[in-house]
Design a protein around this ligand. Structure first.
Ligand SMILES: Nc1ncnc2c1ncn2[C@@H]1O[C@H](COP(=O)(O)OP(=O)(O)OP(=O)(O)O)[C@@H](O)[C@H]1O
Ligand SMILES: [Mg+2]
Length: 629
């Protein structure tokens, strides 16, 4: 009985820990939350779609599998060599066979290292290719979404989809899947080798496996919960950061730095705790597996030692010290992959969660799509007609209620009206940024639904309410990556819209750097640049949403003058806040609450003595007041 005491002690220790873990799991809070990631797609569907990206690279993956066999060979064969060397040394000591054995050992090591290296290179290359294919798909898809769909998704989230989530998937292809396969091979291979060598000892090792499995299952539950908390915390901080960095100037202006700091600290602490929790979970799991490993090694030495010394045969197999050493090495290589498999399974789940998020974006059907037989327009005259157009951003909340008007080619039409009356909405409908619910919009007598979006927008120059400049240079912001414009054309465009005056004053001229969103330029300057950007593309219809209610008189005059000139280029639709800007328009449409209240030329509307007259008098007397002070 005493002979078995050490083994009984080991068994008791393992049993105690197992009981503790099972109890911990039984009392675990929010068990449901820990069971799975919020997923709607089936694993099989995700795998199928992921493999579509991997399929073009199947040759690389097969190559990697073949090379992997080489690197596994080291794990399997090298312990046998060490055991053999041990036996060699013990017997009549001769150098030659020892040298050969050591040389072979080194040879296997070198081959396996080289194999691992080549394998890593191939995988990384393939992974990057898959990654960039995926990134391009998502980016192209996001570009095809309608304004409405884009409005609904925070920019921060889209960035995460294109960067972090694709990265998680690339990790899966380059690292996780391959190591998982390798680990399975290693586990099976080592089991086979151990069985060949000595099944009594193999049985002893196998006794520990159920415990590893048990610990792993419980670990997975805890680690998922911890993992989810870390992920939630990270997303929370990222969202908070992206919004608050954009609005940091407001924070400073309103002296809210301290409050914002507190909010941030709270979020940061939550993430910190979640991370610590995660480390704690891993910190328990790894030593536990290590304990099992050490226990099995102790048992090996105990049983093996007795077997060798007392020359006992087990199941008819004799044991020597070489066997014990080989087994010792095998055991160490056996537990590692098991532990790694458990951890990798978590990463795999994470990659699947990322994949689902990406596929959800990819599955969003673009709302504004071309009809199958949509036509291409090479040229347009610039005639625009709205026929009883009804439109709502949200179902039931009509923003435009039966708008009808007609614009002849080369005419200038102005839209005026109170804030929120629907002026910008009309402009964005003409370019088909949204589809209307009722009525018709016609360009040159053709319903815009029958015209290809790209062809439609090519003939339009849009100058929106909030001018957006990309980071780059003035030149790049004017040509917008269209390479065919000559220097002369760019300069001409700038001159035409009076942007040359301020550009010439800049040190680098057209090559002056534009910072993010163009925040190193004034609102008036940005507006002039957007004019230049529009007219260089020689549009047939120009759409201008005037933003600058508060620019200096000098810039205002420049803008007025360039507007006058731009009228000669094509049809023009202007939203204007200062009625002085639009006195010369051929037609002025006064909107109120999504309906046309008055329509006519400046003089006609003044004669009507209606709402337009009121507005005009109001602004006129303000101007007078300004001039007197
Ligand atoms: N993307 C959107 N989603 C939902 N509602 C919107 C959206 N854009 C505008 N609206 C709503 O539609 C109405 C008309 O907005 P629009 O931008 O056309 O007004 P506007 O006449 O251009 O005003 P302003 O003179 O202030 O620019 C407003 O009530 C606004 O709340
Ligand atoms: Mg507007």
């Amino acid at each position: 009985m005493r002979e078995y005491l050490p083994i009984l002690i080991v068994g008791a220790i393992i049993a105690t820990f197992s009981t503790a873990f099972i109890l911990a799991y039984a009392f675990m809070k929010n068990k449901k939350e820990a069971i799975g990631f919020d997923r709607n797609m089936k694993d099989t569907e995700i795998i199928k779609r992921l493999f579509k990206y991997a399929r073009p690279h199947y040759k690389s993956f097969i190559l990697v599998l073949l090379i992997m066999l080489l690197s596994i060979a080291y794990d399997l064969i090298s312990p046998m060599f060490v055991g053999y060397i041990e036996e060699l040394i013990k017997q009549d000591f001769e150098l030659k066979p020892l040298f050969i054995a050591v040389g072979l050992y080194a040879g296997i090591l070198v081959v396996s290292m080289a194999a691992s290296y080549v394998q890593a290179i191939i995988l990384q290359k393939t992974g990057q290719k898959i990654l960039s294919a995926m990134r391009m798909d998502i980016f192209a898809h996001i570009e095809s979404l309608s304004h409405d769909q884009l409005n609904q998704m925070p920019v921060g989230k889209l960035v995460t989809r294109v960067t972090n989530d694709t990265n998680a998937i690339s990790m899966m292809f380059t690292h996780i899947l391959v190591t998982m396969v390798k680990n399975v091979f290693v586990i099976v291979g080592i089991l086979g080798a151990m069985l060949l060598l000595n099944y009594a000892l193999t049985l002893m090792v196998l006794c520990f496996v159920p415990f590893v499995v048990l610990f792993t299952i419980i670990f997975r539950k805890f680690s998922r919960k911890a993992y989810r908390k870390v992920k939630d915390g990270t997303t929370d901080i990222n969202t908070y950061l992206s919004e608050n960095l954009s609005g940091i100037k407001i924070t400073q202006i309103f002296n809210r730095e301290d409050q914002k700091m507190e909010d941030f600290l709270e979020k940061s602490n939550t993430l910190c705790k979640a991370k610590q929790n995660q480390i704690f979970v891993f910190g328990i799991f790894r030593p536990m597996v290590y304990m099992l490993y050490i226990s099995s090694v102790l048992c090996l030495f105990y049983l093996g030692g007795r077997g060798v010394i007392k020359d006992i045969t087990m199941f008819g197999q004799a044991m020597n010290s070489g066997t014990v050493i080989t087994f010792y090495l095998y055991i160490s290589r056996f537990f590692n992959p098991i532990q790694a498999l458990a951890e990798q399974f978590n990463f795999l789940q994470n990659a699947f969660a990322s994949a689902e998020k990406i596929f959800t974006v990819l599955d969003m059907e673009p709302q504004v799509v071309d009809e199958e037989d949509a036509i291409e327009l090479d040229e347009i005259k610039g005639e625009i007609e709205f026929r009883d157009v009804w439109f709502a951003y949200k179902e039931g909340e009509w923003v435009l209620k039966g708008i009808s008007f007609h614009v002849e080619p080369m005419q200038t039409v102005a839209l005026v009206g109170a804030t929120g009356s629907g002026k910008s909405t009309i402009l964005s409908l003409i370019c088909r940024n949204y589809d209307i619910q009722k009525g018709q919009i016609l360009i040159d007598g053709i319903d815009i639904k029958h015209i290809k979006k790209s062809s439609l927008r090519r003939h339009f120059g849009q100058m929106l309410q909030d001018v957006f400049l990309f980071s780059g240079t003035i030149r790049s912001n004017i040509v917008l990556r269209e390479e065919s414009y000559t220097e002369e054309e760019i300069i001409q465009a700038c001159k035409y819209v009076n942007a040359d005056a301020f550009i010439n004053k800049l040190e680098a001229g057209l090559d002056e750097v534009v910072r993010e969103r163009g925040n190193n330029f004034s609102a008036g300057q940005r507006q002039l640049l957007s004019f230049a950007r529009t007219i260089i593309h020689k549009p047939s219809v120009m759409i201008l949403d005037e933003a600058t209610a508060n620019i200096d008189t000098e810039t205002e005059l420049l803008i007025q003058d360039s507007l006058e000139k731009m009228k000669n280029i094509g049809t023009m639709l202007i939203v204007a806040h200062r009625l002085s800007t639009i006195q010369h328009a051929d037609n002025i449409i006064l909107l109120s609450d999504g309906q046309i209240l008055e329509q006519g030329s400046h003089q006609e509307l003044l004669h009507q003595k209606g709402r337009y007259h009121q507005l005009y008098m109001l602004q006129y007397s303000k101007e007078q007041l300004k001039q007197r002070t």
